[in-house]
Structure formats: structure tokens, C-alpha cells
Design a protein around this ligand. Structure first.
Ligand code: ADP
Ligand code: ZN
Length: 624
């Protein structure tokens, strides 16, 4: 951690905040009864006017940390946000609870912008969202100085650092804020930040002895699975079959793939649409809105989709190809289960993706204007990220533990009850050690001069042109694993690489080489566990069963249908009306009076006034 003053006294997780004003505002406006770990400390830093860097995983509840303080002391605060869609969604959600907030961005008409400026000047707004460009280039700062803004929140603050995975040059201008508003406090928020990025954020924003508030990266309500990819379409259909009628995001790498897959799903009667950056803006917006209003269930997308999507009830995030980093994976899977209810994240893994990404990295670096040395550094950095991702996919260990540790946090509760490995869905290969010995001795016999593909061909006894040219059909290891197919043998070699029991040289044509540990395996002094490389069965994660405990499913579905109608009539995303956690709460408690309804999480005074009567009718079974 870098420069900090006395840290806020730690509060036990989930404890009610000791400042009664915070609790009052929280329950009156949001209908929540407690703050999450770290939210209280982040809010206290804001109220104290102490700079802070708040790192919480997606879904951790960052927005509340900057939304709540202005209500407590009646200020107008500013939130810098990178994407228009993101701002719009938040403003919609805030308006649904009667919160005076507005966004100012380039997609608005000059009249609309003037309207927002008027409300700002009149002191009506508690929060103003703005993009970095708009903030520094339009004289807006002068107006903010006039109304005496005392607090800035920088959302997605990692965009300011070129060490991060999503650098945006326009964020650099945020360093101006300190100079222009020396007496205001600045609060940076991000979901992904290694210590290097964290420190860079603090330095770039000229933060003064910021409180570093680092949350827990683990998302216990997400169940992670990695499944060897054998048939993209059949597997996608089978997995979506577990989530009929629920919100799902399916990620593909190429635009063409998203269109093909979406068409296939639609042909199967699934309400699915493609989404990628090549589509017309209107088309993209229509898909986003249809998803937000629950008129479609599935979006098949490239990673271009999601930054602006806050739909909190996404129950499945399925990657049909390998993401290029664990940072990206954490961010994309972070869109699942933001309401805290159980959700599933499945990755269809094939080592072929690793090779595609590698050559793509090299190609795009070669085509850039960087000089050769910089190109090399760029490629090396990207490959490091890629290989961490691959290790995750191929490791035979708890996914929650692997993710937490990657982000620098120990994970204490293995087995976790929410990943394929801990649920026992993966199977160990019988005779793993013996198989590993065969694989490694083939690397030894071929002299450590060949790659995964070639060694694989020798092991399964393929008389390929290359095998014959090197006379490898004469080796004693030729055909040792003839019962397996090429894909399986390559997968096993990758598992050895991932466990550090075998090495691969860097560069254009990587070859397999033995290391110290390889020899221990071959000498029989080290045991090996390899995973059976095929799709297993799935079991229900514990969180999923718990979240449905006592819920009247019929009532829940009727509430959802009602919510969809309300959302349509208002032209707002369905989750801004009420999220799934609140709907399940109602369908579990079956409140009979307004007071009982207020006790359901997510029901505050505004929602009670707006929807209380309709909801109580439905619970009583008297809906229209
Ligand atoms: P982030 O911006 O960190 O990704 P959000 O701010 O969107 O996360 O919050 C994620 C979800 O958690 C939202 O549905 C929000 O309503 C809910 N949430 C946030 N804080 C609380 C709380 N203290 N109690 C209950 N739910 C909360
Ligand atoms: Zn686990």
C-alpha cells in the first residue's frame, strides 16, 4: 500500500454503520438495512473529505459509495465515468428511487444539456455524471467551481493507468482536478487493480495520503466451471438449457461467431440476439434495451458488450472462447449475479484458443507503429496475461482460490462448494503419474526440440510428414498413448506445462523442454494429478439452492411479468424497477401489509409509494 494516513477503524462485515444518518438514508432511499464490508469505510472517507482509492470487484457495490454521501450532507458531487451507456443506466436507476441525479454527455441535445446545467446551477442535483472529455473541454469545470463542488468520484479509475488493461488517454486529464479544486476530495473506484495500477491511480490523480480500501475479490455467489470445448453449439445449448427464461450473456471472440451462434439459438426458440461493435449503433441500442427490459434472454456478444450493462439478474455468463486475461475474465464474469444471487460462469476451453491469441498478439504488435523493442515488450506483457488465463483454465484446483490468489488475496475456504473442481465434477485421470511419465519421456526422446503438436503426434503414433522426416516412428515412445486422440494428448501436455512440470521456450516456435521437476516425475519421486480431459456432469452449487429456499416460484414469475410490463410502460430497464433479490424476497415473505413490504430488502419509501399497492395485490392473489 502506498501513502496513507491512519486507516479507518475496521468494522465487522455487514455491521450496521454507527453513523445513524447513513443508516437512515440507506433504508429510506434504497431499502437496504446494512452496508457491505468496505462500503462503510468508503462512505466515511467521502464524508470526512479524505481522498481514497476503493477497489471492489464488479457487483461489490461501488456505486452506493459515491451515491450515498451527497444525500447525507446535501452536496452536489461529480462522478466521472467512461461510458455514456453506463451513466444513463445509473441515472435511470437513481431516478427510480427518486434520487436527483443527471448525466451530461455528447449524446444529448444542446437543450438537454442546458437543462442539466440549469438544475446544477440551481443546486437541485445531488450527483452529476460526466465523461472526462466533457468535463475538461466544455467550461463545465467553471460551473462546478461556481456551485462549489467538494467531491469527485472517478469511476473505472484503472483507465487512467497504462499499466491497467483498459487505458484511456482522456482519463489522464483528470489530473487537472486537484489543481482546479484544491479543497475538494477525490475518490477513485475500480474493480481491477494490481498494486502497481493502484499506486499509479493515486499518483496520476495527485491524491493526498489516500485511504486505500481494498475489497475481497471473491464472488461467493458465482459458480465457476471450465469445460473442455468439444462442440461449441451443442455445449452452448446444453448449458443455456439450465437457464431457460433467465438472463444470460454468451461471449464469442469474433463478430461472425456471435451472429452464427445467435441465429442457431434463435432457431431453437431461445430469445437471443447478437451484439458486436460492427453493428449499427441503433441496432446495438435496441439489443441492449431489449435485454434490459427482459424482452430477450440471451445476448451473444463480443467483449464490446457489457460495460454499459447493469442488468443485475444475469444468471449465466458463458465464454465460448478463452478470454485474453484473467482481468478480462473477472470483469466479464463480474456481470453475473450482481444482485448477490447464485449465478453460473462457464468457460469452454480449448488450447487452440491459446495459439490463436498468441499469433493475434504478435500480428497486432507487428502492425503497430511501435519500435521493435516496444513491440516485444507489448507482446511479452500480453502473453504473460494470456498464460495466466490458460493456467487457470487447465489447473486442477479450486477456481475461487485460483482467482483470489491471482488478485493477490489468500482464499481460506477450500473446498468452496461453488466450482466444478470442488463440486467433484472434474475427474482425475487414472494412472496420472504413469501417463505424465510417458509424456515427459517423449519430450526427452525427441531431444527437447519440438512443440506440443509434434510431441503429441509421436505419442499417439501418427505417421505425419514431420514425424517421418525426423524418423520419430522409430522412437520407443512412438504410439505410447495410441488410445488417445491428438486433442487429448495436447491437453495433457498443457496440463503439465500449467503445473510447472514441463517448460516451453518463448518465441515464435516454442518447443517443450524438461525442467528439474520433470526429472523428479520421471524418476518417480513426484506424483502427478491430471484431469480427465472431457466434459463432466454438473451438480447444483449450494448458493443456488439456498437462494430459492422458501421462494414461491409461481409468485416470483408473476412478479417478473408485472415488472416487465411496468418497465415497458416506463421505457426503463426492468432491474431499475426492482431487482431479482427484491422479487424473491417478496415471493418468500409474502408480505400482507405495507409495513411488512418495507421490510423486504430493496423496498424503500419511494418504491413502496409507487408499487406497494400493486405488489400487495399480487401477493394476495388479486392481480389484474
Ligand atoms: P459495482 O458498481 O461495484 O459493480 P453496484 O454498485 O452496481 O456494483 O452494486 C451491485 C449490486 O449490489 C446492486 O444491485 C446494488 O443494488 C446492490 N447493493 C449495493 N450495496 C448494497 C447493500 N448495502 N445492501 C444490499 N444490496 C446492495
Ligand atoms: Zn472451489
Amino acid at each position: 500500500m502506498s501513502g496513507q494516513d491512519a486507516p479507518a477503524p475496521p468494522s465487522p462485515p455487514g455491521a450496521p454503520p454507527d453513523d445513524p444518518r447513513i443508516l437512515e438514508v440507506l433504508s429510506r432511499w434504497w431499502g437496504f438495512d446494512r452496508l457491505r464490508p468496505l462500503q462503510e469505510e468508503a462512505i466515511r472517507a467521502a464524508l470526512d473529505g479524505t481522498d481514497s482509492v476503493v477497489v471492489m470487484p464488479t457487483g461489490g457495490g461501488k456505486s452506493l459509495c459515491y451515491q450515498l454521501p451527497p444525500l447525507v450532507n446535501g452536496t452536489t458531487d461529480v462522478v466521472v465515468s467512461p461510458l455514456v451507456a453506463l451513466m444513463k443506466d445509473q441515472v435511470d436507476a437513481l431516478e427510480a428511487i427518486g434520487y436527483p441525479a443527471a448525466a451530461i454527455h455528447s449524446a444529448m441535445s444542446p437543450e438537454e444539456r442546458a437543462g442539466v446545467r440549469d438544475r446544477l446551477a440551481a443546486g437541485e442535483l445531488r450527483l452529476l455524471f460526466a465523461s472526462p472529455e466533457r468535463l475538461v473541454n466544455t467550461g463545465l469545470l467553471d460551473l462546478l467551481a461556481e456551485v462549489g463542488v467538494k467531491r469527485f468520484a472517478i469511476d473505472e479509475a484503472h483507465c487512467i493507468s497504462h499499466w491497467g488493461h483498459d487505458f484511456r488517454p482522456e482519463y489522464r486529464q483528470m489530473s487537472l482536478l486537484r489543481e482546479r479544486f484544491p479543497r475538494a476530495s477525490i475518490h477513485a473506484f475500480t474493480a481491477t487493480a494490481t498494486p502497481r495500477v493502484r499506486d499509479d491511480i493515486a499518483a496520476q490523480l495527485h491524491l493526498r495520503a489516500p485511504r486505500m480500501l481494498i475489497g475481497t475479490f471473491d464472488r461467493p455467489n458465482l459458480c465457476y466451471r471450465v469445460v473442455p470445448r468439444t462442440d461449441r453449439i451443442a455445449q452452448t445449448l446444453a448449458i443455456l438449457g439450465r437457464h431457460r427464461g433467465e438472463a444470460s450473456i454468451v461471449y464469442c471472440i469474433s463478430r461472425k461467431e456471435t451472429e452464427r451462434l445467435a441465429a442457431r439459438l434463435a432457431a431453437e426458440g431461445i430469445l437471443a440476439r447478437p451484439y458486436h461493435a460492427g453493428l449499427h449503433a441503433t441496432e446495438r441500442r435496441r439489443t441492449q434495451e431489449a435485454f434490459a427490459r427482459e424482452t430477450i434472454d440471451v445476448v451473444v456478444a463480443t467483449v464490446a458488450f457489457g460495460m454499459g450493462i447493469d442488468r443485475s439478474d444475469v444468471r449465466l455468463v458463458l465464454h465460448t472462447s478463452l478470454p485474453k486475461s484473467l482481468e478480462a475474465y473477472q470483469q466479464e464474469t463480474g456481470r453475473a449475479g450482481r444482485d448477490g444471487l447464485a449465478a453460473e460462469c462457464v468457460l469452454l476451453y480449448s488450447s487452440a484458443d491459446v495459439f490463436s491469441w498468441e499469433s493475434l498478439c504478435r500480428k497486432s504488435a507487428a502492425e503497430s507503429d511501435l519500435d521493435p523493442e516496444e513491440q516485444e515488450r507489448l507482446v511479452a506483457g500480453q502473453l504473460e496475461h494470456l498464460h495466466a488465463m490458460r493456467r487457470y483454465a487447465q489447473a486442477a484446483r479450486c477456481r475461487h482460490a485460483a482467482l483470489s490468489e491471482y488478485f493477490g488475496q489468500a482464499y481460506g475456504t477450500e473446498p468452496c462448494a461453488a466450482c466444478d473442481v470442488c463440486l467433484g465434477e472434474t475427474e482425475n485421470l487414472p494412472d496420472s503419474t504413469l501417463t505424465a511419465q510417458k509424456l515427459l519421456s517423449c519430450v526427452a526422446r525427441t531431444g527437447g526440440r519440438f512443440g506440443v503438436r509434434h510431441v503429441g503426434e509421436v505419442l499417439r503414433g501418427a505417421r505425419s510428414e514431420a514425424v517421418l522426416r525426423h524418423r520419430h516412428e522409430a522412437l520407443s515412445t512412438f504410439g505410447l498413448l495410441a488410445a488417445l486422440d491428438q486433442r487429448t494428448v495436447e491437453n495433457l501436455l498443457h496440463q503439465l506445462l500449467d503445473q510447472g512440470l514441463l517448460d516451453r521456450t518463448p518465441g515464435e516456435r516454442p518447443v517443450l523442454v524438461l525442467n528439474e521437476r520433470s526429472w523428479e516425475v520421471m524418476r518417480g519421486t513426484r506424483d502427478v494429478v491430471l484431469l480427465e480431459p472431457r466434459a463432466g456432469r454438473t451438480r447444483a452449487a449450494r448458493a443456488d439452492t439456498d437462494d430459492w429456499e422458501g421462494v414461491d416460484r409461481g409468485l416470483f414469475e408473476r412478479l417478473r411479468a408485472w415488472r416487465r410490463r411496468v418497465a415497458d410502460a416506463r421505457g426503463k430497464p426492468a432491474w431499475t424497477i426492482l431487482d431479482d433479490r427484491a422479487l424473491r424476497g417478496i415471493a418468500r415473505e409474502r408480505p400482507a401489509t405495507p409495513a411488512a413490504l418495507l421490510r423486504v430488502k430493496g423496498i424503500g419509501e419511494k418504491r413502496l409509494a409507487d408499487f406497494g399497492a400493486a405488489i400487495l395485490e399480487m401477493v394476495a392473489g388479486r392481480e389484474a
